[in-house]
Design a protein around this ligand. Structure first.
Ligand code: HEM
Length: 515
C-alpha cells in the first residue's frame, strides 16, 4: 500500500488510488472531455457490462446459505442399504448448502405474486463434490418430453409481437398437451401462488436413483416439507400484495434470516425398486405423476436450515448455476426423459449465461479439492492444478507427473439398456386420472378458486380452445368439467350484458370517456 492510502482508500481495478471520483478530466472546467481519461473509461465500461443475460426461465429469484443435516437412517433401516452417498450416512452430519428460490416465466424484477411454479434449487457442497437438486414447489411438471420445453415456455412467455402474456396462447398450447392437466389443476388453484418462499414445499419432481456399494439401484423421489407450514394465496390476496410490494418473497426470506428466524425444511424420500412397475397405472419415470403417498411412503432422511443471507446478490444468487447433471457418488439418473433433456440444458445455458469458467466462481465451486486438466477459456482466473507439482503436465495419463485417477469407492451401477431407437410416447400416459383425484382432494375454497381462475383466463380464448379444454376437464372429473363449462356460459352472459349496457349508454349519449 502506498503512503497516500489506507484500508478504505478507493482504487480502480488496476490498484491505482482514485484521487478524484467526482469530476471527469476535461479541457478547462466546461469541457470537452478527453479520451485518455482511463479512470472514467474503466468505471463506465464496467458499468456498461454490469448485467449478464438473465436466466431464460426462473429469472426472478432469492437465495440463502445454510446446511443439511442427515438423520443417518432410512426409517428403521440403514440408509447404506440404498445409497452410498456420504452426506446421508451419519446421524447429525452437516453439509453446507446454497438454495435459490424463483418464479419461472417473467423477468428479473417481475412481481413475486404471479401465478407460476416456484423454483426450489439446492446446491449441496458435499465432501465428494457438489450435488444440485434442482426442484420446484409443485411435485409434478407440465410435460414429460424435453423436446416440448421450448414450446411450453414460449406459450407462457409474453407474445412475441405485443410483449404481453396471453392466456389464449397458454390454453392453445395446453389444449394440445393433455399431460399438462394435472399441473394446470395445481397451477390455477391457490397452489399456483405460494404466499412466500419460506412457507412452500420443494420437490425434485423427476425420478432419480440411489446406488449402494454393490452397485444396486432403487428409484427415488425427493421432497422438502417446510417446518413453517404451507401457505398459498387467493388471487385477490395476491393482487393486494402486488399493489403495494412486488418484492415481498425476497423481503420475507431476507428479513426472517436477519432476525434469526431461520427457515427449515425436512427432506423426505420415496423409494421404488428399479423396474417399470406394471402394477401401477402410471409410469414411475413420468414427471407428470405424483407417487401416491399411501402406496409409496415418504421417509424422512434429514433437515435443511437456511441461516445466512448472501453478502452480494449478484455474485451469489445471480451467478449461481444449478444443474440436474450435478450428482455425487451414490446418486444417479433414471431414464426419465425429461430429466435427461434437462441435464444437457442447464450447463449449456450456464456456459452462455455466466461464461465457460462459471464453475470457478466461489458460489459454484465445490468446497473441497478440485484438480482438473481443463485450461483457459474466458475469465479463467486460476489453474485447477490442485497440489500437483508439475505445471507442465495438463494431460493424463503421464509418467512425468500430473493428476491421477481416483480409486472407485463401490461397484458401478450398470443398468442393461436394449431397445429400438424410436420417437414414441410412453405406454401408460393416464393423463387425467390424477388431475381428477387432486381436484377432489382440494378443499371447497381451493376448488372455487380454481374454477374462477380457469374461467377468468379461458373465457377470452377461441371457442375451439374452450371446447377442447372443457372436454379435458370432464375427462379429469365430471364436476370439474361441468363447473368450468357453466362458468364459461355465465361469463359469456355477463360479458354480453356488459357490452349491451355500454352500447345503450353510447346510444343514449352518455359518454364515459371525456371530462
Ligand atoms: C432453470 C431448462 C424443467 C426447475 C432452468 C434454466 C433452464 C432450464 C435453461 C435456466 C438455468 C440457468 O440459466 O442457470 C429446463 C428444461 C426443462 C426444465 C429444458 C425440461 C426439459 C424443469 C423442471 C423443474 C425445473 C421439471 C423442476 C423440477 C428449474 C429451476 C431453475 C431452472 C428451479 C432455476 C435454478 C436457479 O435457481 O438458478 N431450467 N428446465 N426445470 N429450472 Fe428448469
Amino acid at each position: 500500500m502506498s503512503s497516500n492510502e489506507s484500508n478504505d482508500t478507493l482504487t480502480n481495478r488496476q490498484g491505482h488510488p482514485v484521487t478524484d471520483n467526482q469530476n471527469v478530466r476535461t479541457v478547462g472546467n466546461r469541457g470537452p472531455t478527453t479520451l485518455e481519461n482511463y479512470d472514467f473509461l474503466e468505471k463506465i465500461s464496467h458499468f456498461d457490462r454490469e448485467r449478464i443475460p438473465e436466466r431464460v426461465v426462473h429469472a426472478r429469484g432469492a437465495g440463502a446459505h445454510g446446511y443439511f443435516e442427515a438423520y443417518g437412517s432410512f426409517g428403521e433401516e440403514a440408509i447404506s442399504k440404498y445409497t452410498r452417498a456420504k452426506l446421508f450416512q451419519e446421524k447429525g452430519k452437516q453439509t453446507p448448502v446454497f438454495v435459490r428460490f424463483s418464479s419461472v416465466i417473467h423477468g428479473g424484477h417481475s412481481p413475486e405474486t404471479l401465478r407460476d411454479p416456484r423454483g426450489f434449487a439446492v446446491k449441496f457442497y458435499t465432501e465428494d463434490g457438489n450435488w444440485d437438486l434442482v426442484g420446484n414447489n409443485l411435485k409434478i411438471f407440465f410435460i414429460r418430453d424435453p423436446l416440448k420445453f421450448p414450446d411450453l415456455v414460449h406459450a407462457f412467455k409474453p407474445d412475441p409481437v405485443t410483449n404481453i402474456q396471453d392466456s389464449e396462447r397458454i390454453f392453445d398450447f395446453i389444449s394440445q398437451t393433455p399431460e399438462a392437466m394435472h399441473m394446470i389443476t395445481f397451477l390455477f388453484s391457490p397452489w399456483g401462488i405460494p404466499a412466500n418462499y419460506r412457507e412452500m414445499q420443494g420437490s425434485g419432481v423427476n425420478t432419480y436413483k440411489w446406488v449402494n456399494k454393490d452397485g444396486e439401484a432403487v428409484l427415488v423421489k425427493y421432497h422438502f416439507e417446510p417446518k413453517q407450514g404451507i401457505k398459498n394465496l387467493l388471487q385477490k390476496e395476491a393482487d393486494e400484495i402486488q399493489g403495494k410490494n412486488f418484492n415481498h418473497g425476497t423481503q420475507d426470506l431476507y428479513e426472517a434470516i436477519e432476525r434469526g428466524d431461520y427457515p427449515e425444511w425436512e427432506m423426505f424420500v420415496q423409494i421404488l425398486s428399479d423396474d417399470d412397475h406394471p402394477e401401477l397405472d402410471f409410469d414411475p419415470l413420468d414427471p407428470t405423476k405424483i407417487w401416491p403417498k399411501d402406496q409409496i411412503p415418504w421417509v424422512p432422511v434429514g433437515k435443511m436450515v437456511l441461516d445466512k443471507n448472501p453478502t452480494n446478490y449478484f455474485a451469489e444468487v445471480e451467478q449461481a448455476a444449478f444443474g440436474t447433471g450435478v450428482l455425487v457418488d451414490g446418486l444417479d439418473f433414471s431414464d426419465d426423459k425429461l430429466l435427461q433433456g434437462r441435464t444437457y440444458s442447464y450447463s449449456d445455458t450456464q456456459r452462455y449465461r455466466v461464461g465457460s469458467n462459471y464453475l470457478q466462481l466461489p458460489i459454484n465451486s465445490p468446497k473441497k479439492h478440485v484438480a482438473t486438466n481443463q485450461r483457459d477459456g474466458q475469465m479463467e482466473y486460476k489453474v485447477d492444478m490442485g497440489k500437483q507439482q508439475n505445471p507442465h503436465v495438463n494431460y493424463e495419463p503421464s509418467i512425468l507427473g500430473g493428476l491421477k485417477e481416483a480409486k472407485q469407492d463401490g461397484k458401478d451401477h450398470q443398468p442393461h439398456v436394449e431397445g429400438k431407437l424410436v420417437r414414441q410416447k410412453i405406454d401408460r400416459e393416464n393423463n387425467f386420472k390424477q388431475a381428477g383425484e387432486t381436484y377432489r382432494e382440494f378443499s371447497d375454497l381451493e376448488r372455487d378458486e380454481l374454477i374462477m381462475n380457469i374461467v377468468e383466463n379461458l373465457k377470452k380464448c377461441h371457442q375451439e380452445i374452450k371446447d377442447t379444454m372443457v372436454d379435458m376437464f370432464y375427462k379429469c372429473d365430471e364436476d370439474y368439467g361441468k363447473r368450468v363449462e357453466q362458468g364459461l356460459k355465465n361469463a359469456k352472459m355477463t360479458d354480453t350484458k356488459a357490452e349491451s349496457a355500454v352500447k345503450q349508454a353510447e346510444n343514449e349519449g352518455h359518454s364515459t370517456d371525456s371530462y
